[in-house]
Design a protein around this ligand. Sequence first.
Ligand code: FES
Ligand code: FE2
Length: 438
Amino acid sequence: MSEYVIDDRDMPRFKVNRQVMTDPEVFARERDRIFEHSWLYLGHETELRKKNDFKTRTVAGRPLIFARDNTGEIRVWINSCPHRGAMLCREPRGNARFLTCFYHGWSFSTAGDMVSMPGDDSYSEDFARPDLAAPPRVDSYRGFVFVSFDPAIVDLETYLAGATEYLDLVCDQSESGMEVLDGTHEYSVKANWKLLVENSVDGYHAVSTHQRYFEMVLAARGKLDPNALGESRGIDLGNGHAVMAGSPTTEGLFGRPLSEAGTADRAARFDRLRERYGDGWVDRMQGNRNMIIFPNLVIIDLVMGVLIRKIDPISPDYMEVTAWELAPPEEGGELRKQRLDNFLTFWGPGGLASPDDVEALETCQVGYGGRKELGWSDISRGMNKTANSGTDELQMRAWWRRWNELITGEQLPPEQQDELADVLKAPRQSPNPAQATV
Ligand code: FES
Ligand SMILES: [Fe+2]
């Protein structure tokens, strides 16, 4: 039995040993067994609009260059010079035909080929000019680019399992392909990274932690419909991915109301999407979804905006978080402005929700100072049911079972759950193949 996870189906109860939130050895094992062997989110293709655009970011401790080369192809390079290791790009973003190392001046194309090295007459004619190094695997699903440092890992789509359906629900909201908006939220949290994974799919905390936010929405809307939560379910998507999904009635719950013109624009687009994909699929699109893609990518679609969140473990008690907003390019300027407003008000580092979450997570981490006396956290909510709702904790348990399997080798079966209601499982009808590959 795992020393870290108790999954007792008879009681029933699910507990996680707080040691995993503080122990450097567990942290090192996560690096070796999880981050070395998963598909990890790097960025979205639309972040690189023009040829030779690049961004730099860190994935699993590797500094990476995320670039579009001079033929328009997406490329990923290790951001380290083959000469003696200096970072080739020291800026977070830019556009450059050549990536030139500032240390001794070696220069490379965005396609990774060495272009020049100053004073090359001091090298023999046979000297093999090194090109840039790349992660062994790079792949994308509908614009979401992932890397893996495990050459033998299964293909990305197999890895994503049931998560592809929910990525489709997000991506199909645009007729021309969703795009990441300029601007990035970056913040850090003095807490273990797994606490933000839990928090990102935790419907239970919303009302108590974010009371201030809901008061603001109430003031802006005049009323909140208590039935608006409608049908919601926590769903195990396989391979450690999980989602809490809500029915279209949640549309009225989040954010300040959109203007009349904005609402009409959006309704017209959704009507066109109905023609293309069928009512059931578009109804589902209009519901909310919080998804965790194992291990550290979060997609939150609260109708008012779509958040992409990448969680980077730095040490057992410290993480860095990067977040972007994804939006349909065809929405008008007014709707875009309202969306950005809602995005900032809710998720911004100075907004009305994220700082409350950060505070909650940091106090958990402080609380783990007492783990000798109080060693276990509880994630049992909903284990007595065969239909976990979004405010239960099945989605967290699904993630933790995969974590436990990779860390300890113990395999725990998924929970048996009732079929989803039609409103949460309608398939996409006759997708346009061109659209499906956007
Ligand atoms: S380290 Fe880059 S040129 Fe020397
Ligand atoms: Fe929250």
